[in-house]
Design a binder for this molecule. Sequence first.
Ligand code: IMP
Ligand code: MG
Length: 207
Amino acid sequence: MRRAALECPSLENSMAKSTRYKPKSKNKAQESIRTLISREKIQRRIAEMAQEIRRDFPTEAPHLVGVLKGSVFFLTDLARQMSGDISLDFIAVSSYGNRTETSGEVKLTRDLDSSIEGKTVIVVEDILDTGMTLQYLLRVFEQRKPRRIRVAVLLDKPERRLAKVRADYVGFTIPNEFVVGYGLDYAERYRNLSDVGVLSLGKKEQR
Ligand code: IMP
Ligand code: MG
């Protein structure tokens, strides 16, 4: 598999001007979000990633498989930036629950609608963190005889890696910080933010 991370913008290049988001509700008043990657940078990078994928598979209809729910925004923007035919499907796995640390346990909670046999599958993930989720999914998918599997992630946190997995297409490599926005959540909140930002928890709720 090809390593696309070499072509990725460094964090310095992708760092947006710092802005702070303060939730209004009282019990969340301690949380704040500092913008890490602006919506404009996200959209520009996704357009490039779509071209990279199309360049690698000019005559095929890549089958984009989004990992619910975090990848939804990334997948829909990526799909719209791709020229030619594509198809898509979704799978869901259990992940963090309401905390910011992974349990390391991965469970399939929603399977694909259709077979991936013989297809060029692009697994689309919001973030590659410990890699446990991706390792599990790749094992599941490889048993189903796809033509080939590639992995596209918007964000990569290589410092946290536990499993021996890597992505073929990486949007941005980021440091070891808990991020939210553009699909990424904390306790199901903040997915709808258009930028990606670093979440700071209040004193009582530290990681
Ligand atoms: P992994 O299995 O540790 O690689 O984690 C994958 C999943 O954990 C991602 O798809 C996210 O749902 C979640 N996750 C990991 N890091 C973050 C983060 O910084 N913010 C929000 N969710 C995260
Ligand atoms: Mg996820």
